[in-house]
Design a binder for this molecule. Sequence first.
Ligand code: KIV
Ligand code: ZN
Length: 499
Amino acid sequence: MSDRLFIFDTTLRDGEQVPGCQLNTIEKIQVARQLEMLGVDVIEAGFPISSPGDFNSVIEISKAVTWPTICALTRAVEKDINVAVDALQYAKHKRIHTGIGTSDSHIKYKFNSTREEIIERAVAAVKYAKRFVEDVEFYAEDAGRTDNEYLARVVDAVVKAGATVVNIPDTTGFRLPMEYGEKIKYLMEHVDGLSAGKAILSTHCHNDLGMATANTLSGVINGARQVEVTINGIGERAGNTSLEEVVMALKTHPYLDIDTNINTTKIYPTSRMVSSLMNMPVQPNKAIVGKNAFAHSSGIHQDGVLKNVGTYEIMDPKEVGIDDNSIVLTARSGRAALKHRLHVNGVDIDGEKLDKVYEEFLALADKKKEVTDDDVLVLAGANRAETHSVKLDYLQVTTGKGVRSVASIGLAIANEHFEAAASGNGPVDAAIKALKTIIKREMTLKEFTIQAISKGSDDMGKVHMQVEYNGSVYYGFGANTDIVTASVEAYIDCINKFR
Ligand code: KIV
Ligand code: ZN
């Protein structure tokens, strides 16, 4: 019988830590439900002590999903564990993920401590967490740079203290696949509790040198039975190991005899949903889910694929949920076509919500010849603004060569209407100056990018912004066929997030 590999998804914790990728609770629930459909075993739902938002998300995700285990991250500190226990109160299956840095540099510079004291703290944290939950995972942060002999002592001690899973993170993405695999092998051979089946090892690899997937697979081949991954490989710096790469690598190499519970046809919709909610585009050449992953552009390749698809394709795009039967949406497309395109892209809506998106779709289709998948995803996400307390009512801008731009703006703030006008050095500058005469706060625009979604002068523009306010930086997003409106919407999105 093949070995079962557990898939631990940390898109909503390690992935969500990425600047600009923050989701609100409703969006996190959407992703969690999709991860449940995808078949992940564990969802790391957040780091509850880090913010009230994270705490609340763990509570709501615990209520929203049934099958996967819900995991909450903590440091090896009692108050973190107490807060995690509270946050997990509604989870049907719960896990606490606690841990501490074990490399010499973490021990010396982060904790000003000793190796022996770190083992004591690790054991105390696991024992404390075990008072509340049966399933406790321990992480040895920077295990990638921790020497194997000491790491084996740490793992042995936490397994004896009751850890059910021990996570061996290559936190800095430094190890080579062979080295990481040897580390896992060493631990499997030197920790009795592992060979006795008391606990399993987990991989958690970062991608700083582009080796996260290779390291993870090397860990699995050498005995790890859980992998920590994210959708699209998002995560701190260069990201984490991507779920789709590991799952499809195992599926296309059946002789490894390792099974997962993933329904691979849900991979592509999940990738699209995460990318759209997090406003994090997937690079076109990204393995499995990139736009070009199955596109054969050279003549030789096209000829080969037409003669026999296996000549250049190692998997069928349908296996990962890519629907090559793409329907182009135009002003004459009906609700059913729109609903289908959204479904293929991971968004399932019905009733009033579908009616509203359909109305916006028709308005957009009047302006554009063809409405793309990216466009409809933006429209489906547009209701994020419904919960905003500051909303854009109208915007009018006069601009052109040789004249100073002038903007007048109308805002609704908690149902009251405000108007202002200002001139500026270009249309966006004028519009933001007008906005600032209504919202009188010390706000500084730190970053501003405009991106066309597809092509053509009728295209929608996506704007990403960062605004600094009161010592914190807030990320905002706007999309519109008018880029000045999209810019103001992005600015307002930032303002709505101010704390
Ligand atoms: O990369 C890392 O070490 C982590 C731990 C907190 C598990 O994310
Ligand atoms: Zn990490």
